[in-house]
Write a protein that binds this ligand. Structure first.
Ligand SMILES: NC(=O)c1ccc[n+]([C@@H]2O[C@H](COP(=O)([O-])OP(=O)(O)OC[C@H]3O[C@@H](n4cnc5c(N)ncnc54)[C@H](O)[C@@H]3O)[C@@H](O)[C@H]2O)c1
Ligand SMILES: [Zn+2]
Length: 376
């Protein structure tokens, strides 16, 4: 159950218990300054290469470089354009070449300084360069701090779809400095909030109820922010420790993502619909579809939609500007998603708030009927 909110000045450490690949997630305000000493303690004598995007670099690259310099760590910096388009083959190739130009060797370390896009791209580059370089994740978006920096999924998109090329590559350390989120655009913070609420919705009803009364403080940068991020990281760490390769329980983290990825693709992976916004829409669909299947009461789905709308997230398809789509197009996109087996669809459904489960045999006809109704 919930503990009292932590003091903002106390860093919280969450252990990801993966045997020889175990690592710590450190969460707290102002932690970037300790990045160098933390890396030096883990890897004495290592050089580092920071990978970041232009927006994040403007705000936080100098701070990261100074923290490494203060610990005597030689550092190269590689800055790429921001946005989902950066998770591409061409950008991967460029980053790999730049890391090799910088003479990053087997004993050195790649630092992913950015949101989920940079974490996925730099993490994947580290996974394949010299058959595996250590990576430290320094997540700078809320989404990355609560979700993408933990658990070792890395990769890029292909023209066939999202995240279709990638590898599992666990970081050796995650440093989540919550002060970095102060420069994040409100819209990006909100998008990350959808993934945060997801942790309550999939398995922790108490956390969701807590968010309903404390979300404003988390947005404002109060102690609720650290607390919420720590709870989400603990939840993700526990799931990853039990099911690192997603053979079972880890799939629960895809709550809202099968519907969500279809909306994201329908919007062309564009600024019209950010990943977290698509997840918000997708979560509402998962709850409403579960209601339609008689798994839970309408009240629960309404409560979820009400909260997500209250923080300003999209909860209805018509909330997405100029989204031209129909049920058949969405079904096509859902079928392209990787969770299709022998004509049946795998969805994360729910019996209530905090009670998500993996449903491997959902009938596409029912999904189509549901979407057709939603689009009316
Ligand atoms: N690997 C995983 O387990 C996992 C899990 C969930 C999502 N993801 C992936 O994460 C990606 C989405 O991540 P995201 O929402 O962080 O996107 P993102 O990395 O594009 O960041 C969102 C925007 O915020 C900016 N930004 C980031 N930190 C900032 C800061 N501190 N100050 C100012 N601007 C800042 C970025 O430049 C970008 O424009 C998607 O590609 C998704 O597939 C991966
Ligand atoms: Zn997601």
């Amino acid at each position: 159950m919930m503990t009292a909110p932590l003091r903002a000045t106390d860093p919280t450490t969450v252990n990801v218990a993966l045997g020889s690949r175990a690592y710590e997630i450190v969460i707290g305000r102002g932690l970037l300054a300790s990045l160098g000493t933390r890396i030096a303690a883990l890897k004495p004598g290592a050089s580092a290469a920071i990978v970041s995007d232009e927006t994040v670099a403007t705000h936080h690259l100098a701070g990261a470089q100074a923290a490494l310099a203060a610990a005597g760590i030689p550092v190269a910096s590689i800055v790429v354009p921001p946005g989902e388009g950066t998770k591409s083959w061409s950008r991967l190739e460029a980053v790999c070449d730049r890391l090799l130009d910088a003479r990053i060797e087997r004993n050195d370390v790649v630092i992913a300084l950015g949101g989920g896009v940079i974490g996925d791209l730099a993490g994947f580059a580290a996974a394949i360069l010299r058959r595996g370089l250590d990576v430290v994740q320094v997540p700078t978006s809320l989404l990355a701090q609560v979700d993408s920096s933990v658990g070792g999924k890395t990769g890029i998109n292909s023209r066939h779809g999202k995240n279709l090329v990638g590898a599992f590559h666990q970081p050796i350390l995650v440093v989540a400095d919550t002060a970095l989120l102060d420069t994040l655009a409100q819209r990006d913070f909100r998008a990350g909030y959808a993934e945060l609420a997801k942790f309550g919705l999939l398995g922790d009803a108490g956390f969701f109820a807590w968010l309903e009364s404390n979300w404003q403080d988390a947005f404002a940068g109060g102690p609720a922010r650290e607390h919420a991020i720590a709870i989400a990281c603990r939840g993700k760490a526990a799931i990853v420790a039990r099911d690192e390769r997603e053979t079972g329980e880890r799939a629960l983290l895809n709550l809202g993502h099968t519907f969500g990825h279809a909306f994201e693709a329908a919007a062309g992976f564009s600024h019209r619909l950010l990943h977290g916004e698509a997840v918000s829409l997708g979560i509402v669909c998962a709850f409403e579809f579960s209601t339609r299947l008689g798994l839970l009461s309408t009240n629960e789905a309404g409560r979820v939609a009400h909260h997500l709308a209250a923080v300003g997230l999209p909860t209805h398809i018509r909330d997405v500007p100029a989204l031209q789509t129909n049920a058949d197009a969405l079904m096509e996109l859902i079928a392209q998603d990787k969770k299709v087996k022998r004509g049946k669809l795998t969805f994360i459904l729910t019996r209530g708030i905090g009670q998500a489960f993996v449903a491997p045999d959902v009938d596409p006809v029912q999904v189509r009927a549901f979407l057709a109704e939603k689009l009316r």
